[in-house]
Design a protein around this ligand. Structure first.
Ligand code: BGC
Length: 446
């Protein structure tokens, strides 16, 4: 059982669900461009139609209401709200106003993500996060959208998964825009992204003084395979926040969250990157270090660790008999929702909200017309047991399932399904999966 004020919700993102990419003056995003690249998307699909939420948003709200969750996390498409002359686009803005009104009418709290990866192409053309002016553009965009949503929305998340923006978009290059950065460029772009976050927080607080604000990174905690070994747990904690230049550092937790919550990058950052540091001023750090209300975090998976005979941390192999997600990075590690929040709370000392957690499955419509997804049910139940445990020790305020429905899963296209609701992309039909009913039951029981 969670506290009475604990919030269950579902989450989505604009490019993944809206479709209607040419409607009402929306300008092209980096994802429109990326999807056109030969071989970029595994099944050759794109976001032109997907769940058609731009048209069917009232049906979306009906589904959310029926599910019984109290909150809906969705993102705003920058290119709908701001046109390519950097001026507000009334029609695009109006879509989000209508959506929020519909949610409120149905007693569902809108939780708005300002940026979930669909940067307008024209901004990427002038350098994206590498261009120092991005901070002014982001600030202006946030100003426009928060002025429009004043009186409707109180809860904001500035940026979703900065690690994916940087690592997937500019290192591994599996995601848009797919431009490779060297170390110096990477650190500069990360620094600018953090400044965008800080500038946005200030604008949100100015325009909506009673708002709550956070940002939503992702992470993959180090999990002690033996829960009773304190030394192992301590080493896992250190590992989780550690930065090694030799590894995929753009995926780090502390490079992003330390400046935001603690006011500076970790010491190891300055040591490891001394030859490629961006220009970091006191004003920058103050801007980035805006007080936040929550630690939002997207958690899907973790890595188990043990100690070897010399007392060093070693990664375990996955062999725990849980169902497997059908996307390569999604191993089922339920303790992620125990240790992840525990570590974050210990370091940053704010209430925790799980802004995404969910399971990718090979869902099909069965002969009985239903979609049976016992693996997803198993996943959600196991993860919630762990979250409930940690909520007895620290302040945990909410949990959002990714995702309301199947949607455009970035470079994996339409083939990878994360929804509680199945979407038939040909007919547009939506079918509630077994997990939808099960999650509904969980919410009622809690
Ligand atoms: C992202 C979502 C994505 C989900 C599943 C998160 O990384 O925020 O946009 O669809 O995980 O991959």
């Amino acid at each position: 059982m969670f506290d009475k004020d604990f919030i269950f919700g579902v989450a989505t993102a604009s490019y993944q669900i809206e479709g209607s990419v040419d409607a009402d003056g929306r300008c092209e995003s980096i994802w429109d461009t990326f999807c056109k690249k030969e071989g970029a998307i595994i099944d050759g699909s794109d976001g032109t139609k997907t769940c058609e939420s731009y048209i069917k948003y009232k049906d979306d709200v009906k589904l959310i209401k029926n599910l019984g969750v109290k909150a809906y996390r969705f993102s705003i498409a920058w290119g709908r709200v701001i046109n390519s002359n950097n001026k507000p686009n009334k029609k695009g803005i109006n879509y989000y106003v209508k959506l929020c009104k519909e949610l409120i009418k149905n007693n569902i709290k809108p939780v708005v993500t300002i940026y979930h990866w669909d940067m307008p192409q024209w901004l990427d053309d002038i350098g994206g996060f590498l261009n120092d002016d991005i901070v002014k553009y982001f600030e202006y965009y946030t100003d426009v959208i928060t002025n429009a949503l004043k009186g409707l929305v109180k809860d904001f998340i500035t940026i979703n998964e900065p690690q994916c923006i940087m690592f997937m978009g500019h290192d591994a290059c599996y995601f848009a825009p797919g431009t490779k950065y060297n170390d110096k460029e990477m650190l500069q772009a990360i620094h600018n992204l953090l400044k965008c976050h800080g500038a946005a927080v200030k604008v949100i607080r100015k325009n909506i003084p009673d708002s709550t604000v956070g940002f939503a990174p992702c992470s993959r905690p180090a999990i002690p395979s033996n829960r009773n070994n304190e030394i192992l747990e301590e080493k896992c904690y250190q590992e989780y926040f550690d930065i090694k230049r030799s590894s995929e550092y753009s995926n780090s937790v502390s490079i992003y969250s330390d400046p935001i919550f603690l006011g500076d990058y970790p010491k190891t950052y300055y040591e490891q990157f001394k030859d490629v540091l961006p220009n970091i001023t006191k004003e920058d750090l103050d801007l980035i270090n805006q007080p936040l209300d929550y630690i939002y975090q997207n958690f899907y998976s973790g890595n188990y660790y043990s100690l070897d005979e010399n007392g060093n941390l070693t990664k375990d192999k996955f062999d725990f008999g849980y169902p497997e997600g059908n996307i390569d990075w999604l191993q089922v590690v339920p303790e992620t929702l125990y240790y992840g929040p525990k570590y974050l709370y210990r370091r940053y000392k704010k209430p925790i909200i799980i802004s995404e957690n969910g399971f990718c499955n090979n869902d099909v419509v069965s002969l009985d017309g239903k979609v049976h997804d016992p693996q997803r049910i198993d996943y959600i139940r196991r993860y919630l047991i762990e979250l409930e445990k940690i909520s007895k020790e620290i302040d945990v305020k909410g949990y959002f399932v990714w995702s309301l429905f199947d949607n455009f899963e970035w470079n994996s296209g339409l083939r990878k399904r994360f929804g509680l609701v199945f979407v038939d992309y040909k007919t547009g039909k939506r079918i509630k999966k077994d997990s939808f009913y099960e999650f509904k039951k969980i919410i009622k029981e809690s």
